[in-house]
Design a binder for this molecule. Structure first.
Ligand code: NAD
Ligand code: UDX
Length: 440
């Protein structure tokens, strides 16, 4: 069985390492962040991801999973080295490869035999070849002649359901240049292979493009329904019914057709911009994705217009904001719609009372610039007390079943902005709310 190291113990690296160890492999997770590694060794999971803690603790206990900052021993003691570090957006929209290439150089500096270097980070087409060139250059400097393979194995997990997604992927993509690398990777994913998960074997460039094309398509689908929702509002149609009926067509599918305040997260926003850049750099354009990026930016501000349009002057208004993370079941706020919507509401004069089940820690520094107008609350009802309006920004389950009898008692206002369409408009209006959804 191949011995595995995963470099970068973030959302993707930690989930991948933990579940590969659960599949029976010996896995070492490496990170440069000493605090993170120490926490993990002490059973403290640095991210909020349902189901992950049990898997990490169990496999650490049985010594199938370990954590270290020592990249040299991780490279030398393992055969398959996953790169799972961040590829944040550079100023021009392209993916910043500096962390990936730094790891590639570290691997080349320490390798002492054949290694399969697996790129799990989302990287632009051509990055696999850059990793290969970086490794070759260092080996040449060292006068070393070790064989190695680079594999592109993009990851499709969603935060909040990452464990389930990694354990039951729709497909596994393997972009490689040798049969040897493919057969090692099939050993790594033996459990999935035996489960008859579809495997797509292709070249590195195709694998890299599959990831961007998939993310951009999903982002486009969300944006399409958001724009249809905006039209629905004007013409008296109900986007919920439209989406449901569209989804009945097997060619369309009902998934990723939920209208809302715009997509956020660590992937869609940066990956759509990166794909636009990849296309431009090779003299092409993907105009649908360009339009998606622009429409998604507009969608977030439209939510502010919706609120201000209904409430009028925001200067004397206090709003209860429920949810700030980019989606439920995560503490991640990267590119969350709240990062645009909350500061804009404050700019227009509103005071905010905010509650999120997991977003407080990151929210504290993300919203430092508007802290004088923002009060963090310990639960939904504390946030709702003495406010003019409710704004549901993230569809955490605990917001799906609010006790509306309490609203009057605690002085929560009648305006209800359900930006995730988790309540039924008709019954909310019957309860006396001035209800505003998205496209309903
Ligand atoms: P993250 O920021 O959560 O984690 C990255 C980790 O890498 C951090 O812990 C950081 O300390 C560590 N790191 C950075 N440089 C290092 C180095 N030189 N050596 C060791 N560790 C180093 O990032 P993430 O969300 O896990 O994303 C990682 C990659 O996976 C990105 O390319 C992303 O686009 C892609 N991806 C993310 C998701 C997701 O849902 N978050 C899903 C699919 C793909
Ligand atoms: C996404 C991809 O789904 C995943 O395959 C990839 O590996 C990483 O990026 P993630 O960002 O974790 O996953 O969550 P996802 O469930 O895709 O949601 C992304 C954003 O789109 C969220 O802001 C979510 O609220 C929004 N969204 C999603 C909608 O607005 N409507 C939908 O129908 C689906």
């Amino acid at each position: 069985m191949p011995q595995i190291a995963v470099i970068g113990a973030g959302y993707v690296g930690l989930v991948s390492g933990a579940i590969l160890s659960d599949f029976g492999h010996n896995v070492t997770c490496v990170d440069i962040d000493e605090d993170k590694i120490n926490s993990l060794k002490n059973g403290i999971i640095p991210i909020f991801e349902p189901g992950l803690e049990r898997i990490v603790k169990n496999n650490y206990y049985y010594k199938r999973l370990d954590f270290t900052t020592d990249i040299q021993s991780a490279v030398q003691n393992n055969d398959v080295i996953f790169i799972a570090v961040g590829t944040p957006p550079a100023d021009d929209g392209s993916a910043d490869l500096q962390y990936v290439l730094a790891v590639a150089k570290d691997i080349a500096t320490h390798m002492d035999g054949y290694k399969v270097i697996v790129n799990k980070s989302t990287v632009p087409v051509g990055a696999g070849q850059k990793v290969k060139a970086a490794v070759q250059a260092i080996l040449a400097e060292r006068g070393a002649d070790y064989a190695f393979d680079v594999v592109s194995n993009p990851e499709f997990l969603r935060e909040g359901s990452a464990v389930q997604d990694f354990m039951h992927p729709d497909r596994v993509i393997l972009g490689a240049e040798s049969d040897r690398a493919i057969s090692v990777m099939k050993e790594v994913y033996r459990v999935l292979y035996l489960n008859e998960t579809p495997f797509v074997e292709t070249n590195i460039e195709t694998a890299e493009m599959i990831k961007y094309a998939s993310n951009a398509f999903l982002a486009m689908k969300i944006t399409f329904i958001n724009e249809v929702a905006n039209v629905c509002e004007k013409v008296g149609a109900d986007v919920q019914k439209v989406a449901k009926a569209m989804g009945r067509d097997g060619r369309i599918s009902p998934k990723f057709l939920h209208a809302g305040p715009g997509f956020g997260g660590s992937c869609f926003p940066k990956d759509t911009r990166a794909l636009v850049k990849i296309a431009r750099d090779c003299g092409e354009s993907i105009s649908l994705v360009e339009a998606t990026v622009a429409a998604n930016d507009r969608q977030k501000l439209k939510m502010v217009d919706k609120i201000a349009g209904a409430l009028g002057e925001l200067n004397d208004k206090t709003l209860a904001v429920l949810g700030v993370t980019f989606k439920p079941n995560t503490d991640d706020m990267r590119e969350a719609p709240s990062l645009v919507i909350l500061p804009e509401l404050v700019k227009r004069g509103a005071k905010l009372k905010v509650y999120d089940p997991a977003g407080r820690k990151e929210g504290d520094w993300r919203f430092a610039g508007i802290k004088d107008s923002l009060t963090w609350c310990g639960n939904a009802y504390e946030a709702l007390a003495h406010t003019d309006a409710t704004v549901i920004l993230t569809e955490w389950n605990e917001f799906r079943n609010l006790d509306f009898d309490k609203f009057k008692e605690i002085g929560a206002g009648a305006y209800f902005f359900d930006l995730r369409n988790i309540y039924d408009k008709k019954s909310m209006v019957e309860k006396g709310f001035k209800y505003y959804g998205v496209g309903v």
